[in-house]
Design a protein around this ligand. Structure first.
Ligand code: NAD
Length: 482
């Protein structure tokens, strides 16, 4: 039976405070059963230019508004999101597939950025510095950067939008959002709530499209856009970064990862197993900070695999709306192919299948939570992000081997490790070339901390006060003749 969508959803693009339709529309489907949920406008480059024009027109008034006013509007948006949390979570599970409890968690996480930056909007401070002459003064203003283009992925349809838009709006920047083609409905519901909360026309715009390249071309080349904030794959990020070069646009890139999860001999193994489950199988393994490689020290290798296998085989797979389900479908058939190819490659090269390994009996894009052992760096999974429910275990002997293995990747987003010895903890924490390190923890995302990667995992940080600074420019003013 077709699922009823929440009333708050208007399945139209949102430009300059108005809902825009198009002759061409594209279907948004439920990955749990392939059903069409809604059709949304398939916009083109001209529509993207209209959205940029609307944002540009809204900018002078938005930046001039008292910080307290911007804060109050963000607070109203936050309250609207919280008031509609159940409807938003359901919508997200329908279009993305994640279990309802995870969708609710994402609504809370996503809303937390709006709340945080509503507060932080009031604290965007400049500075005065000691000057280079008795008759001069040095002032440093922090100013909004201008129109921001936000291009977001399907794996977190709500939080990746608020994590960019809330600090941008708080800083005084208008935004044009291009949500992922698989999950535009949550973005449009957020826009509806922002509209109802009283955000002025043009300050927030959503452009939907089935083929992102034409819109991306406009957003990265139009001189009115001053910053592109992208979350998605490293391959697309590199392309957009190159496109931004033409107008020397600032770019923030939250890209892919290849997260190691290291278990040392002295770790609390039960805690490590729970951490591994949370960091590996959340969102069916489809998060950028998901564990991609489990590195386990020889002394606890067999014991850890036994404990983890028991937990992995208990994970309930099914439609995210069903009670008790902890793993939903994968986003599409391509995602299933990738998981299968990583498993096949590893088994062909000598890895050992512990549990799972096959598409799930439910069919479609459901896949069995899978654990493989005796994995080596000759296998694809050592270097590539699987983005699915596959946990590959590597064995190591010495601490320095684990650090070297963890760093042997062009990525550097999140790393996890479990240990008790404090000297070891410091040594490993300092040795990991990652933007984020979790020690004896399986989940690290919070609005209070700077989220982001090093190496090919990206540029810039989201969350915390650093996330606000990324949407500002410094203006130095020298006042002379005093
Ligand atoms: P993707 O790169 O395919 O798509 C991301 C967004 O870019 C989508 O909106 C898509 O429509 C758009 N896009 C694709 N091609 C484009 C083009 N030529 N021009 C303009 N826009 C274009 O990524 P995805 O499959 O949606 O997301 C999964 C990837 O995102 C994974 O690699 C994951 O690690 C990464 N990710 C990173 C973070 C982070 O914070 N670092 C968070 C979530 C996801």
């Amino acid at each position: 039976m077709p699922q009823r969508l929440p009333d708050l959803l208007i399945p139209k693009a949102y430009i300059g405070g108005e809902w825009r339709d198009a002759e061409r529309r594209f279907a948004v489907t439920n990955p749990a059963n392939g059903e069409t949920l809604a059709e949304v406008p398939d916009l083109d480059g001209d529509d993207a230019r209209d959205a940029i024009a609307a944002a540009e027109a809204a900018w002078p008034a938005w930046r001039k508004r008292a910080a307290k006013d911007r804060a109050a509007l963000l607070r109203a948006w936050f309250e609207a999101i919280v008031a509609h949390r159940d409807a938003l979570a359901r919508l997200m599970t329908l279009e993305q597939g994640k279990p309802l409890a995870e969708s609710l968690g994402e609504v809370n996480y996503g809303a937390s950025f709006v709340e945080y930056y509503a507060e932080e909007a009031k604290r965007m401070a400049g500075e005065t510095l000691p000057s280079h002459g008795v008759d001069k003064r040095i002032l440093v203003f922090r100013e909004p950067i201008g129109v921001v283009a936000a291009i977001t992925p399907w794996n977190f349809p709500l939080a990746m939008i608020t994590r960019k838009c809330a600090p941008a709006l708080a800083a005084g920047c208008p935004v044009v959002i291009k949500p992922a083609e698989a999950t535009p409905l949550t973005a449009l519901a957020l826009a509806r709530l922002a509209h109802d909360a009283g955000l002025p026309a043009g300050v927030l715009n959503v452009v939907t499209a089935a083929q992102p390249a034409a819109i991306g071309e406009v957003l990265t080349s139009d001189p009115r856009v001053r910053k592109v904030s992208f979350t998605g794959s490293t391959a697309v990020g590199k392309k957009l970064l190159a496109q931004c070069a033409g107008t020397v646009k600032k770019a923030a890139m939250e890209l892919g990862g290849n997260a190691p999860f290291i278990v040392f001999d002295d770790a609390d193994l039960d805690a490590a197993v729970e951490g591994a489950i949370a960091s590996k199988f959340r969102n069916s393994g489809q998060t950028c900070v998901c564990t991609n490689r489990l590195l386990v020290q020889a002394g606890v290798y067999d014991a850890f695999i036994d404990k983890l296998a028991k937990r992995v085989s208990e994970l309930k797979v099914g439609d995210g709306l069903e009670e008790g389900v902890v793993q939903g479908p994968l986003i599409n058939a391509g995602a299933v192919d990738k998981v299968q190819s990583h498993i096949r490659d590893a088994l062909d090269k000598g890895a050992r299948l512990i549990c799972g390994g096959e598409p799930h009996a439910l069919g479609g894009t459901f896949f069995q939570p899978t654990l493989i052992a005796d994995v080596s760096d000759a296998m694809h999974v050592a270097r590539e992000e699987t983005f699915g429910p596959l946990a590959p275990v590597f064995r190591f002997e010495r601490d320095e081997d684990a650090i070297a293995m963890a760093n042997a990747t062009e990525f550097g987003l999140a790393a996890y490790f479990y240990a008790r010895d404090y000297r070891r903890i410091w040594h490993v924490m300092e040795g990991l070339e990652y933007g984020m390190v979790a020690v004896n923890e399986g989940i690290l995302s919070t609005e209070l901390a700077p989220f982001g990667g090093v190496k090919e995992s990206g540029l810039g940080r989201e969350g915390s006060r650093h996330g606000l600074d990324d949407f500002t420019e410094l203006k130095y003013v020298c006042v002379g003749g005093l």
